[in-house]
Design a protein around this ligand. Structure first.
Ligand SMILES: Cc1cc2nc3c(=O)[nH]c(=O)nc-3n(C[C@H](O)[C@H](O)[C@H](O)COP(=O)(O)O)c2cc1C
Length: 188
C-alpha cells in the first residue's frame, strides 16, 4: 500500500499563499509516489479553544473528523503562515483541539514536513521554529530541513510551482525525502 500524506495550510484565506504552497507540495508528493490528500482548513471550522465550551460541548465535530483523517495517513506536510513571528491562530487552534482528543490521537507516529510562505523577506521561517516545538511536544517527528518561501506573492508560476528553480528543486527534494522517511517508518 502506498504511503499516505495529509497536506494542509494554516490559513483558510481564499487567496492564501500558504494554500498555494500546500498545493505545490501536494503535487510534488504525488510525483514522489505518495497518495496525497490536500485539505482546506476552511472545511474544518472549529471555535476558538475555550475550556468552558469544551466542558459544555466536547471536542468539535470538525476536530474529530480531522483526527480521523490524520489516523488514515502516515505523514503530514504543512504550509504554515507566520503571524508576529509565530504560527497562525488557525494553526494553533487546530492543533490545540486535536490535542484534546483522548485515546487514538492522530499525531502518534507521524512525521511532518514544515514549510511556510510569506510576502516578507524571511518567508515565515521564524514561525516554523515554533511549529516544530509544538509538534514535537505532541509526539510528531519533523524533517530537519524546512522550506520558507519569501516574497511569496510573486513566487508561484501559473502552473502552481515555484518560479525560482533552486527553490522548486528544494521543494521536490523535501517531498521526496518525506515520502522516503514515511515509507521507511511505515515498513518498520
Ligand atoms: C496579524 C498578522 C501578523 C503578521 N506577522 C507576520 C510576521 O511576523 N512575519 C511575516 O513574514 N508575515 C507576517 N504577516 C503577513 C503574512 O505572512 C501574510 O499576510 C500572509 O499572506 C498570510 O498567509 P496566507 O497568505 O497563507 O493567508 C502577518 C500578517 C498578519 C495579519
Amino acid at each position: 500500500m502506498s504511503t499516505r500524506i495529509l497536506v494542509f495550510a494554516g490559513s483558510a484565506r481564499r487567496d492564501s499563499l500558504n494554500k498555494r504552497l500546500a498545493a505545490a507540495l501536494a503535487a510534488a508528493l504525488s510525483d514522489a509516489g505518495a497518495e496525497v490528500s490536500l485539505i482546506d482548513l476552511a472545511d474544518f471550522e472549529m471555535p476558538l479553544y475555550h475550556g468552558d465550551w469544551e466542558s459544555a460541548h466536547g471536542v468539535p465535530e470538525a476536530a474529530t473528523r480531522l483526527n480521523t483523517l490524520m489516523l488514515s495517513h502516515d505523514a503530514l506536510a504543512l504550509a504554515s503562515p507566520e503571524n508576529n513571528a509565530s504560527i497562525s491562530a488557525l494553526m494553533k487552534n487546530t492543533l490545540d483541539w486535536l490535542s484534546r482528543i483522548k485515546g487514538g490521537e492522530g499525531f502518534a507516529g507521524k512525521t511532518a514536513l514544515l514549510t511556510a510562505a510569506s510576502p516578507g523577506a524571511l518567508g515565515g521561517l521564524r514561525g516554523l521554529n515554533h511549529l516544530r516545538d509544538i509538534l514535537h511536544s505532541l509526539g510528531v517527528g519533523t524533517l530537519p530541513q524546512t522550506l520558507a518561501v519569501s516574497r511569496a506573492h510573486e513566487a508561484f508560476t501559473d502552473e502552481g510551482g515555484l518560479s525560482n528553480e533552486r527553490q522548486q528543486g528544494q521543494l521536490v527534494q523535501l517531498a521526496t525525502r518525506l515520502v522516503a522517511v514515511a515509507s521507511a517508518l511505515k515498513a518498520a
